[in-house]
Ligand binder design. Structure first.
Ligand code: MTE
Ligand code: MO
Length: 375
């Protein structure tokens, strides 16, 4: 059994698959804290969890214009210690809603395949410098890719892998962290112990856990999660007709928002009601506004959004979600809509119709729930 060494999981996680393990955070727990507690942070594994011994762990660095270097966990801890606050979200978050109109393929996540944490470790660029990394060595950075391999492998020995264009790393406002702490504790096994790369503002699939190798290459990672999954195609493309080379892998993610305090179909009392949830946008864009409608968009209430409170951390951009709350007055049963606006003035689509894709990825339409008012 390739799964016999799996860690214990918190009973509150909503289990979506067992082998490999996948569990989402109940939305009601997401709104309790700005930093999601480690033990209830969603888990998205594609393969069995690898057994890693921190004493013998080593990270290999190699590739174009780099010297081959091998670093122990102790070596990595000697680099300047940096902490950032960043949200990680699965590309499949909210897939269930997209699948309501027309079925989609993939794990049935509701809105809990997302979490926000304080990540602490070494900056990737600092570590790469020990392998001789010099930005000037790459004349056309968009032609190079930074590839990440995990220690988790399938039965044929193929590991989980992902890559990002080198241009992300050369951007001085991008915080790529080789994290060994999550919320001030060693990274839990399920989240990549002893080292995971955290690539903030980018779809969760690229933040490789149990990191074994970083390379600079003139091609993308050839892993199926880079080449086939985690790409978004036109609504008219199906698994039968898809040309995987026709779309790039998802990187920065679009603006989204979610109501966490209530479920679709909940019964509530007539009168004042507090709604709560989260909103997030990728690429380091801030959430500037969250709006609630009780009348299908005829009028909107502005929600109060949390301070992202990152002043003690070393974020170069806003990589974290906001938690929001809105005090409404509900007089009769209604559909409640939420939408968010980010600092690029991007807004969510009103419904899933024209963003539907057969894998159910980037399901970022307005979140709509029906509340039944007791009379
Ligand atoms: N890294 C490895 N090595 N193996 C994986 O299966 N899953 C990816 C990413 N990194 C994965 C991985 C995906 S799709 C997501 S959404 C995030 O990890 C989930 O991170 P989490 O389990 O810490 O929440
Ligand atoms: Mo994911």
């Amino acid at each position: 059994d390739h799964f016999k060494g799996e860690p214990m999981r918190h009973p509150a996680l909503i289990r979506r698959a067992e082998k490999p393990f996948n569990g989402e955070t109940p939305p009601s727990l997401l709104i309790e804290k700005f930093h999601t507690p480690n033990d209830v942070f969603y888990v998205r594994n594609h393969l069995p969890v690898p057994q890693v011994d921190a004493k013998t762990y080593s990270l290999e660095i190699d590739g174009i214009s780099l010297n081959e270097v091998s670093l122990s966990l102790q070596d990595i801890k000697k680099f300047p210690k940096v902490s950032i606050s960043a949200t990680i979200q699965c590309g499949g978050n909210r897939r269930t809603e997209m699948g309501k109109g027309k079925p989609v393929a993939g794990l049935g996540w509701t809105g809990g395949a997302i979490g926000n944490a304080k990540w602490t470790g070494a900056r990737l660029v600092d570590v790469l410098r020990t392998a001789g990394f010099k930005p000037e060595a790459y004349k056309h950075p968009e032609k190079f890719h930074v590839k990440f391999d995990g220690l988790d492998t399938d039965q044929s020995g193929e590991c989980y892998g992902a890559s990002v264009p080198l241009s992300y790393l050369l951007d001085g406002n991008f915080d790529a962290i080789l994290a060994y702490e999550m919320n001030d504790k060693p990274i839990p096994i399920d989240h990549g112990f002893p080292i995971r790369i955290v690539l903030p503002g980018i779809v969760g699939a690229r933040s490789v856990k149990w990191l074994s190798r970083v390379s600079i290459s003139d091609e993308e990672s050839q892993s199926p999660w880079q080449q086939r999954d985690y790409k978004v195609f036109s609504p008219s493309v199906s698994l039968e007709t898809v040309d995987f080379s026709a779309a790039p892998p998802i990187m920065e993610t679009p603006v989204t928002s979610y109501i966490c305090s209530h479920d679709d179909g909940d019964k509530v009392k007539k009168g004042p009601l507090k709604l709560q949830g989260y909103a997030f946008s990728g690429g380091g864009r801030r959430i500037i506004r969250v709006e609630i409608s009780l009348d299908k968009g005829k009028s909107w209430n502005i929600a109060k959004i949390s301070d992202t409170n990152d002043t003690n951390l070393e974020n170069t951009r806003n990589w974290s979600w906001v938690l929001w709350e809105a005090n409404i007055n509900i007089q009769s049963s209604a559909e409640i809509w939420v939408k968010a606006v980010d600092s690029g003035y991007n807004q969510q689509p009103e419904d899933f119709k024209n963003i539907w894709n057969y894998r159910g990825l980037l399901a970022t339409a307005y979140h709509k729930i029906y509340l039944d008012v007791l009379t």
